[in-house]
Design a protein around this ligand. Structure first.
Ligand code: FES
Ligand code: FES
Length: 173
């Protein structure tokens, strides 16, 4: 059962609970109250800690995940909005022991320092490439402008994305 009604004794009313999510190509059992953030459920119940808490207000992009291939802020996404949708976190980008081309490109371009923003940056980039495989520099800058890097690695992040723009990233579609 993916969604059920349970009695909340504190409030004396029925509360819907989310019982299952699809994360990184697996069905994962959870027990989350409607209205909890997807960020919290992913980190605390699914144990995918590559999803980072930054601002909690949709302003930094550290919590970015893909839902059905499109980037979303998991800190602003209610868990019930992700039921029966495919959620991809940084842990799910690797396939058969091979990094996603954009993950490899970030390494090759040394596009990280502390790495805190990196999962969100890469997922935002993959989301862009899913929708637009050959983005221009302006399109990359627009797509990434909501992702903040406190270490200031923006030029290398841009280079990492430009280096794979136009190449096949088929594995994530
Ligand atoms: S933690 Fe979600 S946008 Fe900052
Ligand atoms: S690498 Fe440190 S916040 Fe981006």
């Amino acid at each position: 059962m993916r969604y059920s009604l349970a009695r909340d004794n504190r409030k004396g009313k029925a509360m819907a609970r989310v019982k299952e999510l699809r994360v990184n190509r697996a069905r994962i059992g959870v027990d989350a109250e409607e209205g909890e953030t997807l960020l919290r459920v992913l980190r605390e119940q699914v144990d995918v800690t590559g999803v980072k808490y930054g601002c909690g207000e949709g302003q930094c992009g550290a919590c970015t995940v893909l839902i059905d291939g499109a980037p979303v802020r998991s800190c602003l996404t209610r868990v019930e909005a992700a039921i029966e949708k495919e959620i991809t976190t940084i842990e799910g980008l690797e396939r058969d022991g091979r990094l996603h081309p954009l993950q490899q490109s970030f390494l090759d371009a040394q596009a990280l320092q502390c790495g805190y923003c990196t999962p969100g940056m890469i997922l935002a980039g993959v989301g862009l490439l899913n929708q637009n495989p050959r983005p221009t520099r302006d399109e990359i800058l627009r797509a990434m402008e909501g992702n903040i890097c406190r270490c200031g690695t923006y030029p290398r992040i841009l280079a990492a994305i430009e280096n794979v723009a136009g190449e096949s990233t088929e594995q994530d579609r």
